[in-house]
Design a binder for this molecule. Structure first.
Ligand code: CU
Length: 300
């Protein structure tokens, strides 16, 4: 098994180990009985007699019905318990927040109503109109996840940060609101033992609490097109302080991007690009040869 890097992972591993133990025990029991019977009751040389003809054995039939029934019930109850503990049944992401639960329901209804004439686009509009969904009070951090051919986009509604990699603080409960903009994808982090479908027009949710700092792969687990195999990114688990620093940096660079978009009006291309020349590996001489804004402005 890969590293268990979330608080939920040991639950899944416990279930997995129990099922493997049961299956191994059953395999040895059934195969053992088969091998013993094949050897012990095999035809001996010169013996042409038949074995006794037996029809029905009620106690035996009850036994081999009861044992699997009990095993299936145990596995069923245990896996249900794990699923529930991981928040799988808690569709709206929290037990005790009636009002936002209601809001979620209504939002769902609005999407359903609006999606009748043109299911995909209007469903999307209804959701885009409300980019900051109700924050479940039980989660420390809510992240909107969008799957699209062929990438993941992470949006932090509280800070407004958008990123192509998921950053999360260590030891904090993270709630993902998962969506898709084209076809069905699936959000999978093996080290967290979580996997959830991303479905266009329908928000699915999932919770986890990262327990070991590090970088883990995020993989699309639903065949979604030609480049499905390349639909990968990372989740970066960092200390809450590092996470806050990252959020601040993202906000800063987003501001810078805005400046980039605003400034060209006031500066010539040469002046404007000068600070970036090193980054772009372009020499000042080449920059100086750029056309003057008066001549080029309209064509851009
Ligand atoms: Cu995909």
């Amino acid at each position: 098994m890969p590293l268990a890097a979330s608080e939920q992972a040991p639950l899944v591993d416990g279930l997995f180990n129990m099922m493997i133990t049961l299956a191994t025990g059953l395999f040895i029991l059934v195969q053992g009985a088969l091998i013993i019977a094949a050897f012990r009751f095999r035809q001996r040389p010169g013996d042409d007699t038949d074995g006794p003809s037996i029809h029905g054995n009620i106690p035996l039939e009850i036994l081999w019905t009861a044992i699997p029934a009990v095993m299936i019930m145990v596995v069923g109850v245990y896996s249900f318990e794990v699923y529930n503990t991981m928040g799988g049944l808690d569709i709206m992401g929290g037990h005790d927040h009636g009002s936002s639960h209601q809001a979620h329901k209504m939002r769902g209804a609005a999407i359903a109503l609006e999606s009748k004439p043109n299911s995909q686009t209007s469903g999307k509009i209804a959701q885009n109109a409300d980019p900051a969904p109700d924050t479940a009070p039980t989660a420390d951090l809510v992240v909107n996840v969008t799957g699209l051919q062929f990438a993941w986009v992470f949006n932090y509604p509280k800070s407004g940060v958008s990123a192509s990699e998921l950053h999360v603080p260590l030891g904090k409960k993270v709630q993902l609101l998962i969506n898709a903009s084209d076809v069905i994808h699936a959000f999978w982090v093996p080290q967290f033992r979580i996997k959830q479908d991303a479905i266009p027009g329908r928000e699915s949710q999932m919770q986890f609490t990262a327990s070991i700092p590090g970088e883990y792969p995020i993989i699309c687990a639903e065949l979604c097109g030609a480049y499905h195999g390349a639909m990968k990114t990372r989740v970066i688990v960092q200390s809450p302080e590092e996470f806050n620093t990252w959020v601040a940096e993202q906000l800063e660079s987003e501001e810078e991007d805005e400046e980039v978009a605003l400034n060209p009006q006031e500066k010539s291309a040469t002046e404007f690009l000068a600070p970036y020349s090193q980054e772009m590996a372009v020499s000042a001489d080449i920059l100086a040869q750029l056309p003057h804004p008066e001549h080029s402005g309209h064509h851009h």
